[in-house]
Design a protein around this ligand. Sequence first.
Ligand SMILES: Cc1cc2nc3c(=O)[nH]c(=O)nc-3n(C[C@H](O)[C@H](O)[C@H](O)COP(=O)(O)OP(=O)(O)OC[C@H]3O[C@@H](n4cnc5c(N)ncnc54)[C@H](O)[C@@H]3O)c2cc1C
Length: 312
Amino acid sequence: MIYVKNCIAGEAAVINERYVREITEKCATERGGTFAGKCSFHVGGEIALCVIAKSAEELIFAVEKAEEYCEKYVVLGNMTNILPPDALYDGTVIVTSQMCNITAGNDRFKADAGFSLTKLSVLARDAGLSGLEFAYGIPGSVGGAIYMNAGAYGGNMADIVTEVTAYSPKEKRIKVYSNAGCGFGYRESVFKSNGEIIISAEMKLTPEDAERISSDCERNMAARREKQPLDKPSAGSTFRRPEGYYAGALIEQAGLKGFSIGGASVSEKHAGFVINAGGASSADISMLISEIKKRVYEFSGVMLEEEIIYIK
Ligand SMILES: Cc1cc2nc3c(=O)[nH]c(=O)nc-3n(C[C@H](O)[C@H](O)[C@H](O)COP(=O)(O)OP(=O)(O)OC[C@H]3O[C@@H](n4cnc5c(N)ncnc54)[C@H](O)[C@@H]3O)c2cc1C
């Protein structure tokens, strides 16, 4: 069956109205919102349809509807590791940030994909459970953190995840992954390539002295405040760490601290962070990233790779 798509905003804005109606009957939706109002870079254009999933059922329903109607979609958590387009996103953004159930038992937590990683770290700290100190201050969701295998200060998600429940749009079924099945590596997981949707995850922690856990959390947060430009919009470290080097050091050595294109700048505080210094567009940020990669390569022979995810 061929569906006629109706324009909703501007010439290029196309989305199937029947699809929107069906999805809106079951899920909270928003139209006319922008990435700039939602993502940590504070850039990006209008989103044709945003679905706010509040449960695993709603998440799967929204994914299934988008698949059924062949609508472009992306599942996002807190949008703290993405660079969205300036132009209209002519598809559906399905956000998990209001999917926040959590169950706790002894040394384990089972959290929905949308649960805040920093909140989880605080719950673990308060329960005298060690393993999430590294995550204190990472602004992402559990789902985004598993997808990215987020990490810092010697820890990462791979160290604590025991099981991930995901939905496969291809196989139309829920799958359960063991830690080994998640294919974790440096900022890597199997979910980056298999197109599956992370629904929830179980994490195993280790009972330890609550004061020690608390002081490690505080030490990590103090290091973030001291070294990172937390007062400016960014997506954290822009680049992956190249083997044997630090991206920030290479960028600084290439003389690029403070280098700007439009409103996008290399942070003076930490050269590994591209920041929105004020009024940046997504194009400013991506042009700056390209220029950094070119100049660092000319200077050092090292080709930097983005850690951030481009939404297209
Ligand atoms: C100030 C600051 C500091 C940061 N510090 C760190 C740090 O120390 N270490 C670190 O690793 N990162 C850091 N980050 C980056 C970011 O917070 C992490 O990568 C985080 O895990 C991303 O989670 P998110 O929910 O924001 O993901 P999003 O940005 O929403 O999405 C990132 C990717 O994950 C995918 N995704 C999200 N949810 C799901 C899901 N449920 N199923 C399938 N795919 C999904 C998205 O499609 C997208 O490709 C920092 C960012 C900022 C702004």
